[in-house]
Structures are given as C-alpha cells and as structure tokens.
Design a protein. Structure first.
Length: 372
C-alpha cells in the first residue's frame, strides 16, 4: 500500500447512509471522498438504526454494533463497543465525533492509538440538559482536550473557546455543503405550500434553536405566506407544548423530514429561511440554506456571523426584531437576489465537501507522521 494511503475508522455517529443529523452527513461526505482517494474507510454504525445492513457503501466499510437504548447512554455505549472492536484492528487513525465520547478514548490512547476528536458545539449550553448533564459535557470537553492527539473545531469561535479555556490548539474544519438547485418543486405541495410562498426553518425544537420565537414573530406579520417549521423533539417537552399552543392554521409543523429530495425542494423554494440556532459552531442547516440560495435571516451570534458574514440579515433574540427582518424581506423582494447569489458563492469558495475532505486528509497524514 502507498505510504500516504491510510486505514481510518470513523466512530461516534449513528452511521451511514446518513439519515439523522449533521455528523452522519459529515461522515458520509468525507468518508466516500477519502475512499475515492484510495484510503480504507470504516464507519461504525448503530445496528438499531438500520433495518437493512449494508457491509459496504460508497466505497466505505460498515460495521454494525448495538447500543444501550437509553437517551443518555446511547451514544457513549456504542462508542465504547466501537473502540473495543477497533482496538483489535490496525487503524492508522481513529476519528471520533463528539467530545461527549471522550471517556471511550482513554484505553486506546493509553496504547498510543492516533486519535482525533471533532468536538461539536458547546453542548453544555443547551437548554434541554439538567445540571448533571451539563457537568458531564464540561468534563468531556476537558477530557477530550487531554486525550486527543488533535482536536477538530468546526468554527473559529469553537477553536478560540478550547484555546482560551483549556489551553489547547485545534484544527478548524467546518461542515460542508454542495450548491443545490430545485428539480421537482411540485413535491412540496404535499405539505400544503407553494414555491416562494412560505418562510422556512429546519431545526430540532429546542430552546436554543428558537422555533417558538419564530412562531411569535410570524404571528406579528400581515402576510398570506405560510411558515413551515420542519423538525421536532424525540422526547416530549414543555417547550414543544408551548409551540403547539401558539401555532395557527398558517403554521405547518410536519415533523422530522429525512427525504433528501423533499428537503432540497423546501430549501430551494422558500421565500426566506430563518436560522435561530444560537449555540454551537458551524451549523449544517445554515450551510444547506446558503447552498440552496435562500435569503437567510439568522440570529445575531458570533458562530453565525463567522459563516454567513454579509450574505444575509440578522435578528436579535426577540420576536419584534425577527418580525422586523421578516417584514423587510416581504416589502423588498427585489433586494433579496444579491444575498442569495453571495451565499451560494461563499459555499463554493469556503465550504465545499471537497475542501473539507482535503482538510481532514491533511490532518490525518499529519497525525500519522507525528506532526502534532
């Protein structure tokens, strides 16, 4: 084998084919591209999520292992089993996603395995977690900074946080996206909407993503355009109950949508996209909305500023501010197109999956060659 071709394990996600979230999409997109370059890529998958077991996919090897069926232990239990399995195979690099998985890294690290950890966002800041969970996530942040050969931060803001709080450097590698165009706009009609006649937000229904604020702002508008909130919660919450209570007949909440064709058409055909995520680094939904050429109204936090820059508008965390920006979009349709073009151009230049794959490959080669 070519000395520059590596055997890499991707651990800590639900697996591929990607159906469930940003990390799964990241694993699929960089995994098949690395495999195409000649690297041997193995993805550890949670068996309970896949009725049909594929043992190879887009050039990647897939290994299915079980996990504990408990909200708090699902991810870590699967990662522990994956690490145990990986210990007996000669992987050049163990690529672990999510700092919450860092306890599972301890034993492989003692045996000098090369380990990179993608830290994800600042999970302890999420409103859904109680005191114990927040302390656990903070503990895992610190542990990941000690155990990983190299940390990966998905934005400059996360890189700065780990450097200032824990005194460790990390490689900044964001999520990626590919520019997309509408192909079959009529399929969105199944949700009761027409092209260019709805505001869109795609997110988990959690306080730090602000879908309730979006509902409250929308109700201040005088418009025939509808609001579509795609997403949900896996466990019933008081926050979701408040959303349902404030919802009206013009607000559509179809639940989680995993159909990639339908998601593409929703992004490509919305009048404007509302991005309310205020915690974390580079958000996949923000990248996807930029790649689709949406006019984007994002909550004004540094993580979103880093990604969107001047390619959209921003709102402060209150319904009045968001309603003002939505009204601006309604009354100035002729001014939206330049923002859409700039957003797509920014994706092409800074956030393509090809570029992110090259960055991961460079990092893995540095790890193997003991650069860090």
């Amino acid at each position: 084998m070519n000395a520059d071709l590596l055997n890499i394990a991707l651990i800590g996600t639900r697996g591929v084919p990607a159906k469930y979230g940003g990390f799964e999409t990241c694993v699929e997109e960089i995994g098949w591209r690395l495999a195409k370059k000649g690297h041997t890529i193995t993805v550890y998958c949670r068996s309970g999520y896949y009725n049909r077991k594929l043992y190879s996919y887009k050039g990647m090897n897939l290994i299915y292992l079980p996990n504990l069926k408990h909200k708090s232990l699902e991810t870590l239990s699967h990662t522990f089993l994956s690490m145990l399995h990986a210990f007996f195979y000669h992987y050049d690099v163990l690529m672990v996603f999510n700092a919450a998985n860092s306890p599972a890294v301890l034993i492989p690290r003692l045996f000098r395995k090369k380990i990179a950890i993608n830290t994800d966002g600042l999970e302890w800041k999420r409103g859904k977690w109680g005191t114990f969970a927040k302390k656990y996530y903070l503990f895992c942040e610190r542990l990941s900074s000690k155990l990983a050969n190299r940390l990966i931060s998905d934005s400059p803001g996360i890189e700065k946080y780990y450097r200032e709080r824990y005194g460790v450097e990390s490689s900044v590698i964001a999520y990626g996206a590919e520019v997309m165009e509408s192909r079959t706009p009529k399929i969105i009609r199944q949700l009761g909407i027409e092209p260019n006649e709805y505001f869109l937000q795609i997110t988990r229904f959690e306080p730090e993503n602000n879908p309730l604020l979006t509902i409250q702002a929308y109700k201040e508008l005088k418009t025939q355009k509808r609001l579509l909130l795609a997403g949900g919660v896996r466990y019933e919450s008081e926050y979701f109950k408040k959303m349902k209570k404030e919802s009206t007949s013009n607000i559509i909440m179809p639940g989680f949508i995993y159909d990639k064709d339908l998601l593409r058409e929703l992004w490509c055909n919305c009048y404007a996209y509302i991005h309310g995520n205020e915690v974390g680094g580079t958000n996949p939904a923000l990248l996807q909305s930029m790649a689709a050429g949406c006019f984007i109204i994002a909550i004004n936090v540094s993580f979103n500023n880093d990604v969107l820059e001047d390619c959209g508008h921003y709102f402060d965390k209150n319904p009045v501010s968001l309603a003002d920006e939505m009204n601006w979009a309604l009354y100035n349709p002729e001014l939206l197109q330049p923002y859409k073009k700039k957003a797509r151009a920014r994706i092409k230049e800074h956030y393509s999956w090809d570029l992110m794959t090259d960055k991961y490959e460079h990092l893995f080669l540095q790890l193997v060659n003991n650069v860090f």
